[in-house]
Design a protein around this ligand. Structure first.
Ligand code: ASP
Length: 329
């Protein structure tokens, strides 16, 4: 039997879902058994480290899409959607936008085709899913989520990932779909634009996800930190949810996302202090980047060491903030 309060939330959720992008989004109430929903929710999303290097009109286009994604995700969380559902939907929206280096419009590798990486993790039980080096999956984040929820495996790569996505009924596109028509956008000047999101839902659960096309002139088959659980993505209700962006090889060697969570969990550091320590260590090793971090109390951080980082947040107050260069505490 569904408790009355949850039942009310479910009605709200279904109503809201009918309006998300015009299509019905699958509800995932089985994820939060016994939830005593409260009003509190927080959503952070990023559009990649180094955004300060992009032309202003590209930045403005990205900012506008990030606002839309936060608006949609905030509404979803308000209606009682889970953190996992929201992170997946927000990232899906950013993947569908040609302005980001994820999904459609991702940066091609040095052989001229797009290879995509994505991962998702939920904090309630530390379940996770990932795909890497995929060429035809329209929304890699949905394939990552399907790997988490519908498979005994955690990570699928290359053709195996594409076959798995097909069996899950996910949309596959031709490789050309991802190479955006230069008349509709200007992907040629885009060297950044990895996307990620972290969320705290009204049941008090965390989730994190990240999606990318990697970086300019990467070799075919190269996989970065974004699909690596513990490097580019981490979520654990006992500590925090983290999504990273930056030079992936360095984030993998640092175990960046897990490192932030470990500092929060074992040292009792704030998300901001932990994220700054990890970025400082990566910088010392020779690379820059940024992190978004959110803990169960709703404490947030989005520091970066790159030339700017596009990121934003929304919470239950409805206040939406998006910035490229500003510091947030
Ligand atoms: N971390 C991504 C990668 O190395 C790139 C980025 O965040 O800009 O694939």
């Amino acid at each position: 039997m569904i408790p009355k309060r949850a039942n009310r939330l479910m009605v709200g959720l279904m109503a809201a879902l009918m309006t998300v992008g015009g299509s019905l989004v699958e509800a995932s109430w089985t994820e939060t058994p016994g939830c005593e929903a409260n009003d509190r929710f927080v959503l952070l999303a990023h559009g990649g480290a180094g955004a300060g290097d992009l032309p202003l009109d590209t930045q403005q286009a990205q900012i506008a899409v990030l606002h839309q994604a936060l608006h949609m995700g905030g509404k979803q969380l308000q209606s009682g959607a889970t953190a996992t559902e929201t992170v997946a939907r927000v990232i899906q929206m950013l993947e569908d936008s040609p302005w980001f280096n994820a999904g459609r419009g991702a940066i091609p590798n040095r052989a001229g085709f797009v290879e995509l990486d994505a991962s998702i993790m939920r904090g309630r039980d530390r379940n996770a899913g990932a795909v890497a080096a995929v060429r035809t999956i329209k929304n890699p984040i949905l394939a990552a989520r399907a790997a988490m929820e519908q498979s005994d495996h955690l990570m699928f790569v290359d053709r195996g990932a594409e076959n798995f996505a097909r069996t899950q009924g996910l949309e596959l596109m031709s490789p050309e779909y991802f190479l955006v028509d230069p008349n509709s956008a200007r992907p040629s000047d885009k060297k950044t634009g990895t996307v990620g999101a972290v969320a705290l839902d009204r049941c008090g659960h965390l989730a994190a996800g990240t999606s990318t096309g990697g970086y300019t002139s990467k070799a075919p088959g190269r996989v970065g930190d974004s699909p690596i659980i513990g490097a580019g993505t981490w979520a654990d209700n006992r500590s925090c949810a983290v999504s990273a962006t930056g030079w992936g090889e360095f984030f993998i060697r640092q175990g960046a996302a897990r490192d932030v969570a470990a500092r929060v969990e074992y040292l009792g550091e704030s998300p901001l202090a932990a994220a700054r320590q990890v970025l400082a260590s990566i910088r010392k090793a020779g690379a820059t980047g940024g992190l978004i971090v959110l803990d169960r109390q709703g404490r947030v951080a989005w520091p970066y060491t790159s030339r700017g980082m596009l990121r934003g947040m929304v919470d239950e107050t409805g206040d939406r903030r998006v910035g490229v260069m500003e510091e947030m505490r």
